[in-house]
Ligand binder design. Sequence first.
Ligand SMILES: [Zn+2]
Length: 401
Amino acid sequence: MSRTVKRAFKYRFYPTDAQAAQLSRTFGCVRLVYNMALQARTEAWTQRQERIDYNVTSALLTAWKKTDDLAFLSEVSSVPLQQALRHLQTAYTNFWAKRAKHPTFKSKKRSRRSAEYTTSAFRWRDDTLTLAKMTEPLDVVWSRPLPDGASPSTVTVSCDAAGRWFVSLLCDDVIAQTPATGRVGIDAGLDSVLALSTGEKITNPRHESADRQRLARAQQNLARKQKGSANRAKARVTLARIHARIADRRRDHLHKLTTRLVRENQAIVIEDLAVRNMVKNHRLARAISDAAWRQLRTMLEYKAAWHGRDLVVVDRWFPSTRLCSACGALAQKMPLSVREWTCPCGAVHDRDVNAARNILAAGLAVTACGDGVRPQRESSRTGRSSVKQENLRATKGIPVL
Ligand SMILES: [Zn+2]
């Protein structure tokens, strides 16, 4: 059995000076159009209680291009500008559906610089990619092959804070569906990054702590530089490079881990981040950051969808650390220093692994028989459900590999 999915393939490329200039101008125009459309939509609502949609902003864009002040918008490909309006429409749809906050203005310094091209705005021939308004193809480093016969439907060009250029190609890919028998619960541990119900503990990738030290030094270095100076600009790029490297390594590590988990297991159970934050004890910092945890969950979501696995997200209202995963007895409250404990039933528990086992049990209970019997829940008192299965949206957030 196999499944066809949309998958993004991301590569570095090296633009010529002319291409870099053209793309930088395009990024600027994309940001401007997005911000002006956002302004128009906000004004229409606050002044006239009027909701204006994509079509109206598209007509506005045509009008803007005809004015003297904004005639330069015609110098770049019109497709990325239209796509910016579509992205804004999506942002509003998510806002109205209460899935996201109100869209905010894109900032020149902080926002991601990117432009999205659809098929009418690029040429894909003999494995070369040429964007609209350009004569030469992009010099792409094809670090991994595209699927056989793949033809991209969308191309996204971006430049990160470290000055690296990337192109991401959205293609159809065929994923083989192979059965797996494993089941695993995952806990965000205190000692290790993650604890698995199998007893395995996942630690941070090598180099992580050395990179953190380098990051701290670069931050101090930047703080010492005079505002507006050339040295400050240089220090900022150095800092951005270190950030980029840490992010790359983390993503790489999480990709390997999630691919393995999805390959080996039919059911994967994780706890909900929102709940994790609500029950968060401020004295303890989880070894995994919220950002990394969110990234891990996103990867598990789409990879589980690709491979036909069940990803169960549980609300953790039960005291998973103190609950014996062998007999279900509830232990006394224990201080954070207790990393290992013994239940009266004789089971010896690693604190984090025990929590992962309870998370697995909670997840399996919900898939097997609705809201399950074990583990014991505090929810009978609070009236909250201990477990919920979230609808997995395979389409949500086209992943980048
Ligand atoms: Zn026990």
